[in-house]
Design a protein around this ligand. Structure first.
Ligand code: NAD
Length: 516
């Protein structure tokens, strides 16, 4: 059970790699107040290649003060949407024009295959373009009560938004929050993931060149429990948009409670792909292979549980396992590579430990460990377990790597119970050509997003988010605009003032009831 490894090329290291990364606060690159740094590793050798400033409370305080000053005194929140939109389009142009550089740095830092990192860089540009257009097209409600009243919505930016992001597709996920937060006139403090701080360090230059006013964007690197925690607890940060693990989300929820912050949480997943016997099996196999092995399986919406109707189960498993073994594992910078190296040795150990657990829970039909020919680096062969019972840990828990569990079912009811029988509810994929079943089944699945006869292809206007342990609230399209703005209702009387008049009785009468 080996995976095809592309020829191991000479190790490719991008030119002009920085040796250290600083914070960016109030328009200037700065070190941590206490001078602390942390090590950043690259996933192919696990060598330390970078020192990043390790932000703590003092650095977060400084960044929030700069962002708050830019919000209260700066031009950004008061600019016309069209003016902000122009700057956002310039940001998108710059990201697009640097896509190759962004991709090589992202791939080097995170281990993502270069072709997929390139796609993510372009998606980041698209996120900015989309929200640049949306704020210009934005219309708010006005309600008329003929002859009496007009009520309108005065939409306002909220203040300093705290953005906390994970290490999988870091640059793209940062754009997903930065785009709408900035488009709506907020100022921000971004705390990127400590495993992958490299691409985030490019935002400052891009924003400066695009003409974003000073202090609107601030970046503090650092560990979650230090820099992230200080941001979550800061009283001058009314909003936290967080993407990461469900357990971190729970902690942030509790830590944000004393200040009653607005929270948006995009959390973990264990999404089912349900394949009925009447499905287009070729398309379903291609999609479910891509669905769990793309982005190294480090993908929140990965279809990491495949439920297959018994009539086609054996054929599906056999074909799926054979194709998984043909997936090309290789150096992340090689354009032929389909699965690169996992982000960090800690994460690698976690994924490998699940593979060992899986060996006693299911039937290993592909992969199962380090692929042949890769003696070092965080490489994992695409791994497939069949006959996995729903009680198995590899069925229930998010592995976040190139590992998939396949389980048979006999009836629609059983398939639905299996699909919904986990704590998560982010995405689901349904494969059937029966129109009624397709809709009824999709609507009954406990998932924030369902794809029918489709891979994970998302229109930016649609809601994005999970239910159950997968998230809180929805972003995407106007929902992101709603999260990052207050909708103040203004009520105006047009006609006669509608006033029940208290205290109308004649002067001199007692003001305390009718008396004894
Ligand atoms: P993580 O929760 O460990 O870290 C995410 C971010 O939170 C990092 O920047 C980290 O430094 C910070 N953080 C950690 N502890 C903190 C604390 N106490 N206070 C404030 N910030 C803190 O997640 P990860 O391992 O970086 O990312 C992988 C997870 O993200 C997976 O569970 C994946 O499913 C999820 N994810 C979800 C989506 C989605 O849209 N639903 C998208 C991508 C990733």
């Amino acid at each position: 059970m080996t995976n095809q490894a592309n020829d191991q090329p000479t190790r490719y290291v991008p030119a002009d790699l920085p040796g250290r990364i600083q914070h960016y606060i109030g328009g200037a690159f700065v070190d941590s107040a206490d001078g602390a740094t942390f090590d950043v590793l690259e996933p192919v050798t696990n060598d330390v290649y970078l020192q990043a400033a390790a932000g703590k409370k003092a650095d977060v305080d400084r960044a929030v003060a700069a962002a708050r000053d830019a919000f209260v005194n700066g031009p950004w929140p008061r600019m016309l949407p069209r003016e902000r939109s122009r700057i956002l389009h310039r940001i998108a142009d710059l990201v697009e024009s640097r896509d190759a550089r962004l991709a090589e740095l992202e791939s080097f830092d995170s281990g993502l295959p270069i072709t997929q990192a390139l796609g993510q860089a372009r998606r980041a540009a698209e996120n900015f373009r989309f929200f640049a257009d949306l704020v210009v097209a934005q219309a708010d409600d006005t309600f008329k009560v003929p002859g009496r009243q007009i009520n309108y919505v005065n939409r306002k930016p909220i203040g300093v938004a705290g953005l906390i992001t994970p290490w999988n597709t870091p640059f793209m996920l940062e754009s997903w929050k930065l785009g709408p937060a900035l488009a709506t006139g907020n100022t921000v403090v971004l705390k990127p993931a400590e495993f992958t701080p490299l691409s985030a360090s490019l935002w400052a230059g891009i924003f400066e060149e695009a003409g974003l006013p000073e202090g609107v964007f601030n970046l503090v690197n650092g560990l979650g429990e230090e820099a992230g925690d200080a941001l979550v607890k800061h009283p001058d940060v009314p909003l936290i948009s967080f993407t990461g693990e469900s357990s971190t989300g729970q902690l942030i929820f509790a830590n944000a409670a004393p200040n009653l912050k607005g929270l948006s949480m995009e959390l973990g997943g264990k999404s089912p792909a349900v394949v009925f016997a009447d499905a287009d099996l070729d398309a379903a196999i291609d999609a479910t292979i891509f669905g769990v092995f793309s982005l190294n399986g480090e993908r929140c919406t990965a279809g990491s549980r495949i439920l297959v109707e018994r009539a086609v189960y054996d054929e599906f498993v056999e074909r799926y396992a054979a194709q998984a073994q043909r997936v090309v594992v290789g150096d992340p910078q090689d354009p032929e590579t389909e699965v690169g190296a996992l982000v960090h040795p800690e994460h690698y150990d976690k994924v490998m430990s699940y593979i060992e657990i899986g060996k006693s829970e299911g039937r290993l039909v592909a992969g199962g460990g380090r692929p042949e020919g890769f003696e070092s680096g965080n490489y994992v062969a695409p791994t497939v377990f069949a006959d996995v019972p729903p009680s198995a840990r590899i069925f229930q828990e998010e592995i976040f790597g190139p590992v998939v569990a396949i389980t048979p079912f006999d009836t629609d009811e059983e398939a639905l119970a299996l699909a919904n029988g986990v704590r998560y509810g982010l995405a689901a994929y349904v494969w059937t050509n029966d129109l009624k079943r397709a809709h009824n089944f999709s609507q009954a699945i406990e998932a924030g997003m369902v794809w029918l006869n489709s891979n994970n292809v998302r229109d930016l206007r649609t809601p994005f988010g999970g239910v159950k342990a997968s998230g809180l609230g929805h972003e995407g399209g106007y929902r992101s605009i709603d999260f990052y703005t207050d909708q103040q209702a203004v009520h105006i009387t047009l006609g006669k003032v509608h006033n029940p008049t208290f205290g109308k009785q004649a002067a001199g009468k007692p003001a305390f009831g009718k008396g004894a």
